[in-house]
Write a protein that binds this ligand. Structure first.
Ligand SMILES: Nc1ncnc2c1ncn2[C@@H]1O[C@H](COP(=O)(O)OP(=O)(O)OP(=O)(O)O)[C@@H](O)[C@H]1O
Ligand SMILES: [Mg+2]
Length: 319
């Protein structure tokens, strides 16, 4: 089967709140399909419905050909979920004992379970802490353990809900590498990943769905999504500080299509990312900053990224 997921006008309400609004997507076999959207856009709700933890309000969804409303037992045998905000397992037993425990839930025999667990511990370089109690490991180690737990039953469809949220750069990269090698090893495997780290989506996903307020805004390859903003000029300016009314005035300058800013509270440095139709307005922006006595610490021209695509498509920033 080439179509691993299909949703038809999938909708979920929580009271008056519409968490998913007529979502129509298909996910193909052996792809890493990304859902990219800000907090509260409906990513986890979609994963919960597809993994049969939550029922839709209306519409339909099929996973590996099975209906999520009626065939949930069939679906559950063939999937697994790794969520960054979830802490499955028992803190007072060892990492390896937890993995073995899950192997038993997934139907392995007693010895077979140990065999699989030990080989995964070795493969994932977890020997150093396999004998530590689960509540004694760092968040990075925990997430590696959680990923291994998620692939223990060799799922056909693996849901990764923000798998690297809050982790440092190195361990995030390590987990992303495992994700890539896991899917490559078997053409029957498929991944649905949610993230609001655009780097993660850019590096891992074959196709990305941009989701905003429960609606799918666009689905395409990363390459094609980036083409949407290829004609734009993007500049980054670092300043010592910035005031909101100043940002509003920059947005009003002719030729400025979008702007987003991040301030680092510890250093007091603000970073502005400005999307323009042409390079002209940069001179106006610099003189405006000078007028307001705002020091420019750095100015650079940037390549477009998925964050710019997001801004272009929905007119607001991703984070
Ligand atoms: N069980 C629930 N009861 C009520 N409202 C809910 C429930 N679950 C989700 N929501 C609401 O539905 C919307 C979508 O939430 P969801 O968790 O799917 O977003 P998300 O894209 O995963 O966000 P995040 O990036 O923060 O994880 C939000 O407004 C959320 O508050
Ligand atoms: Mg979520």
């Amino acid at each position: 089967m080439d179509e691993v997921v299909r949703t038809i006008d999938l909708t979920r309400h929580f009271g008056k709140m519409v968490a998913l609004d007529n979502v129509n997507i298909t996910i193909r076999r052996n792809e890493i399909f990304g859902l990219l959207g800000p907090n509260g856009s409906g990513k986890s709700t979609l994963i919960k419905i597809l993994s049969t933890l939550l029922l839709p309000t209306s519409g339909d969804a099929y996973v590996l050909g099975y209906n999520v409303k009626t065939d949930y037992m069939e679906i559950r045998k063939r999937i697994n979920i790794v969520a960054g905000d979830d802490r499955p397992g028992y803190g007072s037993i060892k990492v390896k004992e937890n993995l073995w425990f899950f192997s038993q839930l997934y139907g392995y025999g007693v010895r077979e379970g140990w065999k699989v667990v030990n080989s995964l511990i070795e493969e994932f370089g977890m020997q150093d802490y396999a004998d530590r109690k689960l509540n004694r490991v760092s968040s990075g180690m925990f997430q590696k353990y959680n990923f291994v737990r998620g692939i223990l039953n060799n799922p056909k469809l693996l849901f990764l809900d923000e798998p690297t949220v809050g982790l440092d750069v190195e361990i995030s990269r390590e987990i992303r590498n495992y994700v890539k090698s896991w899917i490559k090893r078997d053409p029957e495997r498929t991944i649905l990943l949610t993230t609001h780290y655009m780097i993660e989506a850019q590096e891992l996903c074959d196709r990305v769905a941009i989701i905003y307020k429960g609606k799918i805004v666009k689905v395409d390859t990363v390459e094609n999504l980036l083409k949407l903003v290829s004609g734009e000029h993007i500049f980054e300016i670092k300043t010592n500080f910035i005031l909101n009314d100043c940002l509003e005035d920059i947005k009003k300058i002719q030729g400025v299509k979008g702007l987003y800013s991040d301030s680092d509270v510890s250093t007091g440095i603000a970073k502005l990312r400005i999307v323009m139709e042409e390079e002209g307005p940069i001179a106006d922006i610099l003189s405006l900053l000078k007028e307001r006595n705002i020091k420019v610490l750095a100015l650079s021209k940037e390549e477009p990224n998925l964050e710019d695509v997001f801004l272009y498509l929905v007119g607001s920033k991703l984070r």
